[in-house]
Design a protein around this ligand. Structure first.
Ligand code: PEP
Ligand code: MN
Length: 334
């Protein structure tokens, strides 16, 4: 961290600042320029509140030299992390497709969709049991029973399963779940993230509706600092002024996250667009931009889906998408 002092700083303010910084456990090196005095801080600056330093009367500017996401960052971990569940390895250049309904509705529905997406080439099965809905009057998910049905579909197809957790107390329903999803609305549920740091399962961490890439990586850092390094990042669209789509898919997040972090990056074009016909073109764009995977909503009868029917593909449309993405994969390798 570098602190630039105002050029009228008196000796007492200077000494107070240096003493305060030293007490935070860093070494302070002074560089006296012709216009400004600059303090270079050496050591672990993660405990220093940069905004507090910026607000100090004698401080003109302050800059971080190192990113605050040390474990999630690529700087100290140059090789790609590969997150594995069974024989499925996500990251490092391959492209996996997670598919399934927004919500688990019945045994017949989840098993039908599971078999169809497997036949089309999906390597993981998704399905929501605990649903974060905007309205309390809409379908809230089958909760524990939903996870039981998802486990049945896993047994029938052999596909590893992914489902969302909304709070710590639900964790005891997740014993047979292979990948735990943290949804956009809980990306900054820090107590939940801390708890997931102690879980020995991959975590699919979705970007919040209004969160920066740095904030996404800081949320990954919460999980990693607890000891769980198996994280898959997911770009799922962010809120912008555009209303033509449900969210705005930030394709640039894919190469940027790959540069900032060693963690695999997947894309959710279903929630990003909210419109079924946009899911294929956005999947192709994501594949071309180097995504390590896609998560796609598929329903056997989208018109009667209990949640997110408008963005759900039929199994036939999904199969067509997989073939199209397969054609793009070879040119997309980083
Ligand atoms: C989901 O995947 O079912 C979901 C609710 O997604 P998001 O958290 O991205 O809105
Ligand atoms: Mn959904």
């Amino acid at each position: 961290m570098i602190v630039v002092l105002k050029n009228n700083t008196d000796k007492t303010s200077y000494d107070t600042l240096v003493k305060w910084l030293t007490a935070k456990g860093v070494e302070v090196h002074e560089i006296e320029g012709s216009m400004h005095t600059v303090l270079g801080l050496v050591g672990d600056t993660s405990g220093i509140d940069i905004e507090l330093v910026r607000s100090m009367e004698m401080v003109d500017d302050v800059k971080r030299v190192q990113e605050p996401y040390k474990q999630a960052g690529r700087k100290f971990h140059p090789d790609d992390t590969i997150v594995s569940t069974g024989d499925t390895h996500i990251g490092g250049g391959d492209l996996h497709i997670i598919a399934g309904p927004c919500s688990i509705e019945s045994e017949e529905q989840i098993c039908t969709v599971a078999k169809a997406v497997k036949a089309a080439g999906a390597t993981l099965l998704r399905g929501g049991a605990f649903k974060p809905r905007t309205s309390p009057y809409t379908f809230q998910g089958l909760r524990r029973h939903g996870i039981d049905l998802l486990v049945t579909a896993k047994k029938e197809t052999g596909l590893p399963i992914v489902t969302e957790i909304m709070e710590i107390s639900q964790l005891d329903c997740f014993d047979e779940v292979d990948v735990i999803q943290v949804g956009a609305r809980n990306m900054q549920n820090f107590e939940l993230l801390k708890e997931l740091g102690h879980v020995n399962k991959p975590i699919l961490l979705k970007r919040g509706l209004a969160n920066t890439l740095q904030e996404l990586l800081m949320s990954a850092e919460y999980i990693m600092s607890g000891g769980n390094g198996q994280i898959i990042l997911c770009e799922r669209g962010i809120r912008t002024f555009e209303t033509a789509t449900r969210n705005t898919l930030d394709i640039s997040a894919i190469p940027l996250l790959h540069e900032m972090s060693h963690l695999p990056v997947i894309v959710d074009p279903s929630h990003a667009t909210g419109i079924a016909k946009l899911v294929k073109p956005m999947s192709l764009a994501a594949a071309a931009a180097g995504a390590d995977g896609l998560i796609i909503e598929v329903h056997n009868d989208p018109a009667h889906a209990l949640c997110d029917g408008a963005q759900s593909l039929t199994p036939e449309q999904f199969s067509d998408l997989v073939s199209a993405v397969d054609a793009v994969r070879p040119i997309a390798r980083r």
